[in-house]
Design a protein around this ligand. Structure first.
Ligand code: IMP
Length: 198
C-alpha cells in the first residue's frame, strides 16, 4: 500500500488517494455531462500544466461530446499581474466554456482567466477545480464545481508539482515540511518512484 511509503521520515503524507480521486471525478463528470446533455458540445479549457491529468480523467467521465482547448499563463507576480503564455486555439464566442483548474488558491489566476475569457463573449462560463484551498482566497472568484476542498497545505501529485517534480504521483500528497523539501527538492523521488505500489 502507498501508506507504507510514508512510514519513513518523508516531509509529505497522503492526503487524497487515487481511488478517491477517481470516484469523485466520475461524479463530477456525470454532473457536467448532465448539464450539457442537450446543448452544443462545451469547450473544456485546461490550464497548463497542472490540470492535464484532471482534464484527461474528467472528459473520459463525461459521456457527451466535448471540445478541448488549452491555455498557459505565467504565474502572477506579487502585484497580481498574470500573462498569457499560450492562448486558446479556437474562438469561444457563443460557446459553453468550462475552465478546468488543478487548484484554486488565492483565486488570482482564476479571476484573471474568467475576466479574459468573458471578454470573448462565450454563451456561458463556468469553472471546475480539482482542489479548492478556500482558506487562502484573496479574491472571492466564482467557482461552480470543485472535487475536493483542502486545508491550507502545499500539495503535490496528480498534476500538481513542486519545482517541476511529482506531477506524475498518482495520489495527492500534503507536504508537511516545505522548508525541508525546498532544501532538497528531489528528497521524495527515490521513495515515491523507487517502490512498487500495491
Ligand atoms: P492561485 O493562487 O489561485 O492563483 O493559484 C495559482 C497556482 O498556484 C495554481 O494554479 C497552482 O499551479 C499553484 N499552486 C497553488 N497552491 C499549490 C499547491 O499546494 N501545490 C502546487 N501548486 C500550487
Amino acid at each position: 500500500m502507498i501508506d507504507g511509503r510514508f512510514a519513513s521520515n518523508l516531509p509529505a503524507e497522503l492526503l487524497i488517494d487515487r481511488a478517491s480521486i477517481a470516484r469523485r471525478i466520475d461524479e463530477l463528470g456525470a454532473e457536467l455531462a448532465g448539464l450539457f446533455a442537450d446543448e452544443e458540445p462545451p469547450v473544456l479549457v485546461g490550464v497548463l500544466k497542472g490540470s492535464a491529468m484532471f482534464l484527461a480523467d474528467l472528459i473520459r467521465a463525461m459521456d457527451i461530446d466535448v471540445a478541448v482547448d488549452f491555455m498557459s499563463i505565467s504565474s502572477y507576480s506579487q502585484s497580481g499581474v498574470v500573462r498569457i503564455v499560450k492562448d486558446l486555439d479556437e474562438d469561444v464566442r457563443g460557446r459553453d466554456v468550462v475552465v478546468v483548474e488543478d487548484i484554486v488558491d488565492t483565486g488570482l489566476t482564476l479571476n484573471y482567466l474568467r475576466k479574459t475569457l468573458s471578454q470573448r463573449e462565450p454563451d456561458s462560463l463556468r469553472a471546475v477545480t480539482l482542489l479548492d484551498k478556500t482558506a487562502r482566497r484573496i479574491i472571492p472568484v466564482p467557482l461552480e464545481f470543485s472535487a475536493f476542498e483542502i486545508p491550507d497545505v502545499f500539495v503535490v501529485g496528480y498534476g500538481l508539482d513542486f519545482q517541476g517534480l511529482y506531477r506524475n504521483v498518482a495520489d495527492i500528497l500534503a507536504v508537511r515540511d516545505l522548508a525541508r523539501l525546498a532544501n532538497d527538492p528531489r528528497l521524495m523521488v527515490a521513495q515515491l518512484f523507487g517502490l512498487k505500489s500495491g
